[in-house]
Design a protein around this ligand. Sequence first.
Ligand SMILES: [Zn+2]
Ligand SMILES: [Zn+2]
Length: 285
Amino acid sequence: MYVGAHESASGGPYTAVERALDDECEALQLFTKNNNRWTQRMWTEEEAAQFRQHYAKSGLKGVMSHSAYLINLCSKTAKTVEKSKVALADELTRCAMLGIPYLVLHPGSHTGQGEEAGLRLIAENLERVYETEEDGQWQDVTLLFENTAGQGTCLGWRFEHLADLFERVFDPTRFGVCFDTCHAHAAGYDLTERESYEAVWQEFDAIVGLDHLKAFHLNDSKKPLGSRVDRHELLGEGEVGLDAFRFLVNDDRFADIPAVVETPPLESGEDSFAEMVALLKGLRA
Ligand SMILES: [Zn+2]
Ligand SMILES: [Zn+2]
């Protein structure tokens, strides 16, 4: 497992590579645009090349982008869905320009329409988005569905939701899964002990398929198992606990997979990423 962090790209995408190196990361996640805005000017070819060059020289072993939180392909508000389709296409283009192979997406919130309708709308609207692809421009970018904590009407908290999406999408080879440990815990998947850890992965493999798993978010959880509330905690200081992270970093099935922390700041107010990356490396057998 290649461990790293979600780094700020403030100052341009290439600066996230510099921050990752400062924190001794092996993998990196960044936002390729402001995550709370619908639109932003596209990167110039020069800015994109600057990122690609920094990344190529960095020695980092994996990189992913996280899409904007506003995107919801199964909202009951038509205007939100229309904006989401445009925004997702824009993010795929940014990843392609920057040479980033993975774009993480929260599947969506059905906002009262029901799970079945929500999952169908996500798959349908993904097809609408990919119909706007020009000349295979996104072919080197895999869109990763992130498992969620299941807050409100969020979809993707049950493995069955993820499996359903793979069944419905127009081309499953263009999609994968990013597994968030905090979200899984909040959704009721218990990684805390060896036996339950193995059972979770057996269940994931049987329902979704381990071959779809392309990335991890390694976060501890402030909230208990099955709480369906998404609150990230420093690794080892929450309800997931260090054993789960020890199992993960030493699991041969995940040896070549990028894994990033999205942990809150330290008590001092400083960001926690260097400490968390060092901690994960220290768990290796
Ligand atoms: Zn996450
Ligand atoms: Zn979260």
